[in-house]
Design a protein around this ligand. Sequence first.
Ligand SMILES: Cc1cc2nc3c(=O)[nH]c(=O)nc-3n(C[C@H](O)[C@H](O)[C@H](O)COP(=O)(O)OP(=O)(O)OC[C@H]3O[C@@H](n4cnc5c(N)ncnc54)[C@H](O)[C@@H]3O)c2cc1C
Length: 416
Amino acid sequence: MTTPNPVFPTNSSDAIVIGGGPVGSYVAFHLAKAGVKTTVYEEHPQVGVPSHCAGHLSIRSLKNMGLYPLPEGIEENTFCSANFYSSYGTNFKLSLSCPVTVALNRACFDQYLAEQAKTAGASYVLNTRVQSLLVTNGFVRGVKIKQVNSGEENIFSKVVIDAEGISSRLLHQAGLRTKKPSRIVYTAEAEIANIFNCERNAVEVYFGKEYAPGFYGWLIPRRDGSAKLGLATNKGNPLEYLKRLIAKHPVASRQLAKAKIIRINYHAISLGGPIPKSYTNGFLAVGDCASQIKPTTGGGVIFGLSCAKIAAQVASSAIRNDDVSAESLKVYQQRCNELTNLDFGVMLRLRRFLDSLSDDKLDEMLRVCQKLGVDKALRDVDEIDFQGKMLLAVLRKPAVAAAFLYFGLLYLSTNP
Ligand SMILES: Cc1cc2nc3c(=O)[nH]c(=O)nc-3n(C[C@H](O)[C@H](O)[C@H](O)COP(=O)(O)OP(=O)(O)OC[C@H]3O[C@@H](n4cnc5c(N)ncnc54)[C@H](O)[C@@H]3O)c2cc1C
């Protein structure tokens, strides 16, 4: 596609960010802080709504980014335990020495990040969808926008940062490969009231091919007795699986016997690891759009925010140096790789391992963890995002090393 050469009219920005999700706002915050004239386009009338996320994040990672503690009203609960259940109801309980994770109200969290970006100087244009990229001679020069109740308009910029989330519809126009379709799981997440027999500070995780093939189900309780209940599957209709989990899972069915579903959202998560290339001339892709999501848990906020900060640093320096070519922007990819390559390598293997297990083997695995005292060995763990580095650290503990050896043999016996 070609467009006329840009004239940089008054409505142009140095940087355009597509999408006002957490990642888009965090990029905008760091760009604006660096003095870059930044505009965020968000297709919805309000940032953070509709929300599709459990908002379960690591406290340590948020602290490392200067985002914890959060202002009142965003935090819903903190957790120091997790119960992992097999499809037969076997429970492996992990109890940590202090709260390690937090559940956030994602709409409020997204709005907080957007406010931070605005305070730093970024502009937000809501109700405005980016329809396409403006590409001239292999350079992304801006975007074509469409505002509700008005026509299309071309907006030019020096850099476009794509943070449009999992749909990643615009990536192909930049000549980049998108997420792997075979590694997508589909989610249903419900807001529920009236949960029973759940510890207030424990996250519940339900495994089983009958309930959540290719992933797992989760229950994240709030302090007020309500909860987020969700699951993802790599086949079939996630709502049907959610109904089955509520009705039939040996543990979930008891906890949810009187549960009232208030609302359900549907979305998708990419478990295939980051896209191979996330930059081109005048363009960077970040967050879910670049599939910067943990293949083990589907968590994408922390990796997305970490890469967003790098994207903003690289883009602002490229703009300052008046060189936004792919050659200049490729350092974004290099720095993201340095930060996450080990962890994605480990998590992709763990995902493959989990996918390969039958329900019987998974049940056995939870029993073995219990027997070997893996829970005690992991008591002081507070790193849950960078799982490659975390694994290297905990492998020094004999119980974890023994469990790891056992799982390695299990994997080899299942996949000769
Ligand atoms: C059910 C579920 C539960 C999850 N739970 C967790 C969890 O507990 N912890 C965790 O870390 N991660 C979780 N995730 C993943 C997490 O939600 C994502 O990783 C995170 O939202 C990525 O942020 P983002 O800003 O890249 O994308 P998004 O949050 O999807 O934001 C993208 C924004 O771009 C806007 N947009 C899209 N296209 C356009 C366009 N063309 N023009 C203008 N605006 C556009 C959208 O409206 C949206 O506001 C979960 C995901 C799902 C589906």
